[in-house]
Design a binder for this molecule. Structure first.
Ligand SMILES: [Cu+2]
Length: 181
């Protein structure tokens, strides 16, 4: 095998790889995928109702949520557990990706079992562009804290609410969001 052959093989391989990537991008743009399927941040005046969700170690009350298609809901979240918990609206895949991010927050010392280290969080935010965890589809709460998420749901989606603090999702801290007519 001479160098020229290797070089051509590599080039061919790169072309093969780049085609499916391009196809995926086109498909995503054409189908209004991830962000549209998730819904969007809502405003309080559009909310049809308030749903209270209480977080314990490691489960939610209620266990699942029924929401109308296209409804804007104000969620008031209370952490009654002894650990830090999160209420996060997303897809199964989105939650899995988010769990990796939160593992990084644990490794950087941002996230401790029962508290959020905001000093480290702000340093991480400044140096890496993320770390303070202020996505509009989620609230991350220390024991005893309350938070709010106002969310405008899409018409078609498969969504769940979940806690992505490492280990909590796998312990069962997630629930289905049933979109109804
Ligand atoms: Cu949790």
């Amino acid at each position: 095998m001479n160098f020229k052959f290797v070089n051509e093989t590599l080039t061919a391989a790169m072309v093969v790889v780049s085609i499916p990537l391009f196809a995926t991008e086109v498909f995503a743009a054409g189908s209004h995928s991830s962000s549209a399927d998730l819904g969007s941040p809502g405003i309080a005046s559009d909310a049809t109702r308030t749903i209270e969700v209480t977080m314990y170690d490691n489960y939610y009350e209620p266990e699942s949520l029924d929401v109308q298609e296209g409804e804007t809901v104000r969620f008031v979240i209370k952490n009654e557990g002894d650990l830090v918990h999160e209420f996060n609206i997303g897809t199964t895949e989105g939650h899995a990706a988010h769990q990796d991010e939160m593992m990084m927050m644990v490794e950087h010392g941002v996230l401790e079992a029962d508290r959020i280290n905001w000093t480290v969080a702000r340093k991480m935010q400044a140096s890496m562009g993320h770390g303070t965890h202020d996505d509009p589809n989620s609230t991350l709460l220390e024991p005893g804290e309350s938070g709010e998420v106002i969310w405008s749901f899409p018409v078609h989606a498969t969504l769940e609410f979940a806690c992505n603090v490492p280990g909590h999702y796998d312990a069962g801290m997630m629930g289905e969001i049933n979109l109804t007519h």
